[in-house]
Design a protein around this ligand. Structure first.
Ligand SMILES: N[C@@H](CCC(=O)N[C@@H](CS)C(=O)NCC(=O)O)C(=O)O
Length: 225
């Protein structure tokens, strides 16, 4: 059986969990946070999520895990059969990660510490997000799914990327970024209503208090040191 390591407050963890639930694969969850020695033994960069496969192999990096799951368990496919169409799906996922997820993440420390985002950082983040908005507006179809008629890995991936965009870019920059991509908000709302999304969200909410405690302890330790 697959073991999914990480914590439910993590959107990267949740996207892999969504894939496992979507494919109806049996898995167990091992609660583990960043910064632990245990994590470093299974994740070279000390990041979650990690999966331990049925054969005992540890794999990190969410998009790599997604590909591994798809290749190993091809039933209920999440990529199109056609190589060109698969590339489009992966292109959307990559662009969402580079130009939506990563710039939004730069705002997380300011949100957690309650400090103002310096204008130089805000300007850089806005610029990268604008690139993402333009690219995703060109690529995403929302007809009804991100890449067209087939529900794909890009639907799951972008949905969890968007949780970070909504939580941090919108609040810290006072900017409804998702509303800038035509069709994105409506699609996002319909994604949030699926039974799997709601299960994942319930687990996220349950984990949040403990996660916030961990983050506060880390900030205190950093300030003390
Ligand atoms: N590129 C990685 C990013 C994963 C990531 O940033 N995970 C965060 C949690 S959302 C983490 O492990 N943070 C702990 C740390 O940085 O020490 C992936 O796609 O899996």
């Amino acid at each position: 059986m697959i073991t999914l390591h990480g914590f439910a407050a993590s959107n990267y963890y949740n996207l892999v969990k969504h894939v496992l639930l979507y494919k109806e694969l049996p898995f167990e969850e091992n609660l583990i946070y960043g910064g632990s020695d245990e994590l470093l033994t299974i994740s070279p960069a000390g990041k979650v999520p990690v999966i331990t496969t049925a054969e005992g192999l540890n794999i990190s990096e969410s998009s790599v895990i997604c590909d591994f799951i798809e290749e190993t368990y091809p039933a209920t496919p999440l990529y199109p059969e056609n190589a060109g169409e698969r590339a489009v799906v992966r292109q959307i996922m990559k662009i969402a990660e580079l130009y939506f997820e990563l710039p939004s993440r730069r705002l997380i420390p300011y949100a957690f510490s309650g400090t103002t985002v310096p204008e130089s950082v805000a300007a850089e983040v806005r610029q990268v997000l604008n690139r993402g908005i333009t690219a995703l507006s060109r690529l995403c179809q929302f007809s009804p799914w991100v890449a067209g008629e087939q529900f794909t890995m890009a639907d799951i991936y972008v949905y969890y990327v968007n949780t970070i965009v909504s939580s941090f870019a919108s609040s810290q920059l006072d900017w409804d970024v998702l509303a800038e991509v035509p069709g994105m908000k409506e699609w996002n709302n319909s994604m949030s209503q699926s039974a799997i999304s709601q299960t994942v969200e319930a687990d996220r909410l349950a984990n949040m208090p403990e996660f916030i405690q961990k983050v506060k302890a880390q900030i205190q330790a950093a300030n003390a040191g």
